[in-house]
Write a protein that binds this ligand. Structure first.
Ligand code: PMP
Length: 307
């Protein structure tokens, strides 16, 4: 990801190198921050859109509330941070946006403020979009021996930076063992999600994904794809518990998230899924998603915020 010239910090655009926080802050000492990863897309008309900004801001608000961060900012400031970061850096093509509330105050793990609002918008160079966009990011996945954090330990449904220590263990283990991605199980041994994305699979032609009570982040992309799968592709969709052994029998599977969009899973624990390539339904879902984010689907433009 290319570095932007300026980063939004508490209402002002600051040169990249000067956007720093103190080593004594609770953010640095305890990972006390909450954030959103959001994408902007260049539409075919040449206009750019932020995808599902409203839903990301609702989740950020929920994260701030759950973490009891004393934060004076609200929706207006969050939106301004995102749009200002894109505009002032003159980013017109695709972009990844990281919107974070940090506890810059010192103190212990119970510090609640003051807080800073920071936004980093980075241009995203995808190369020629047409060239096998899905195949290039397809992954071989392994079940992690680490379990996903649980609602009774640190709630995965909110997007707190500290939750990603759990993701880190899974990712590093998967890479060490020659895989691309980890799939976490819940404490109860049911399928949860990936290190930085949700998980879905196709069984008997039904699109199945773990419920929001399976120690997952309440993902914007997951909700989007469930809706598109049912409404645009006419698929049956199920949110239900998934057993580990079902993964080995899936016809297709993929990870999904704002950054990954759709990342096909070719194998789980070296069991190839389907014919071992990117599945047909996965491809159709991706085409549907791509049409929506680029403003080509007139019935879904309410999900787009013009830059
Ligand atoms: N789970 C985790 C742990 C994630 O980090 C992400 C990426 N934000 C997701 C799921 C997908 O969430 P979203 O679709 O809202 O980006």
């Amino acid at each position: 990801m290319a570095k932007p010239d300026f980063i939004y910090v508490d209402g002002a655009m600051v040169p990249y190198a000067e956007a720093t926080i103190h080593v004594a802050s609770a953010a640095a000492k305890y990972g006390a921050n909450v954030f959103e990863g959001i994408c902007a897309y260049e539409g075919d008309s040449g206009r750019s859109f932020v995808f599902r900004l409203r839903e990301h801001l609702v989740r950020l608000h929920n994260s701030v509330r759950m973490m009891q961060i004393e934060c004076d900012y609200g929706d207006a400031a969050y939106s301004e941070a995102v749009l200002m970061s894109l505009r002032e850096n003159r980013i017109r093509g695709d972009a990844h946006i990281r919107l974070t509330v940090f506890i810059t105050g010192e103190g212990y793990a119970d510090a609640r403020g003051p807080a800073s609002l920071v936004c980093i918008a980075s241009p995203r160079d995808r190369g020629p979009r047409e060239a096998a966009p899905l195949d290039g990011k397809a992954a071989h996945a392994a079940i992690s021996t680490w379990r996903r954090i649980d609602d009774a330990i640190m709630p995965p449904r909110i997007k707190a930076g500290a939750n990603y220590h759990n993701s880190r263990f899974g990712m590093l283990e998967a890479r060490r063992n020659g895989y691309d991605e980890a799939i976490f199980l819940t404490l109860a041994g049911k399928v949860s999600e990936g290190a930085n994305s949700c998980f879905a699979m196709l069984r008997d032609g039904i699109l199945v994904t773990p419920p929001v009570t399976a120690s997952i982040l309440e993902s914007v992309t997951r909700a989007t794809l469930l809706e598109l799968a049912a409404a645009e592709l006419g698929l049956r969709v199920q949110e239900r518990e998934i057993d580990r052994s079902e993964l080995y029998l899936a016809e297709e599977a993929f990870f999904c998230g704002s950054g990954h969009e759709i990342r096909p899973v070719l194998s789980v624990d070296r069991f190839p899924l389907g014919d071992g390539g990117v599945g047909k339904v996965t491809r159709r879902l991706w085409e549907s998603y791509e049409a929506v984010v680029r403003g080509r689907n007139a019935s879904r433009t309410a999900w787009l915020t013009p830059v």
